[in-house]
Design a protein around this ligand. Sequence first.
Ligand SMILES: Nc1ncnc2c1ncn2[C@@H]1O[C@H](COP(=O)(O)OP(=O)(O)OP(=O)(O)O)[C@@H](O)[C@H]1O
Ligand SMILES: [Mg+2]
Length: 269
Amino acid sequence: MKAKDPNKLEISIRGLKKAFESNRVLESIDMDIRQGEIVAIIGGSGCGKTVLLNHILGQLKPDDGQVLVANHETADAPLVDVAKVGERELSLIHTHWGVVFQKNALFSGSVMDNMALWLDEIKKLSEDEITPIATSALEAVGLPITDDFLSLGVSDLSGGMAKRLAVARAIAMNPNVIFYDEPTTGLDPTSGVQIQDLIVSTHSDKRTTVIITHDKDLLKRLKPRIIMLHGGYVYFDGTLDEFEKSNSEFIRPYFDLMVSLQQRETPVL
Ligand SMILES: Nc1ncnc2c1ncn2[C@@H]1O[C@H](COP(=O)(O)OP(=O)(O)OP(=O)(O)O)[C@@H](O)[C@H]1O
Ligand SMILES: [Mg+2]
């Protein structure tokens, strides 16, 4: 994979509108994310962050507006409209992405089943090709690669281990873009810090990283570009420094109340 051209767009959203019956979630969202950027999408619970991600992933169709994404199947990665490409083309686009879903979305079965499924079904790799990729991704996230662990059912994993497995599964795809939906929410502080470290170490100028988060420490570690959704619009788009210094009546209280893992008294698993 070549280093990303920072001027090239990875995701471009224009006038994205979405309502669920009378619940108008996204009024008109505009944003451009460039290749190699690290972007945090933040905002109050229920403001539409996951709905936005589901539009980028093509799992929801806009009521209005456009979601364009770079198609890394083609040289120069031209932008394509997610709502207009066919199912097959969308799955090919997805072969270049890794997604760590809010609820991990692990498949039932064993640790190895989870590591192998996308490599098999999406990348069409053979078992011999999958094994070294899966084990090196598991090692990268600090999980064991013993036969006992590989055959363990995912329902027997702790919250922190399940999250690490979800990250390992995503990075095993060697994605151009990696999306995390609240990667540290609900983890105890130690697991949370491990996941923060992982996000830092898996970002590079070859990869675009998009993180939906409520974790103030994560923002302080990553210093990402911050995009805050509020009232169905992009309310803030700028640096962490600008965000922290803002006196906006919506930003100030939101930032002050953002979860800080270090401040938690009791781990929530
Ligand atoms: N498939 C759906 N059908 C109906 N309503 C939905 C659907 N998906 C999301 N919503 C509604 O859209 C709104 C935004 O939800 P969303 O999950 O995007 O919030 P969020 O910003 O990700 O919040 P959180 O930080 O709690 O994860 C909520 O009111 C939710 O109930
Ligand atoms: Mg969400």
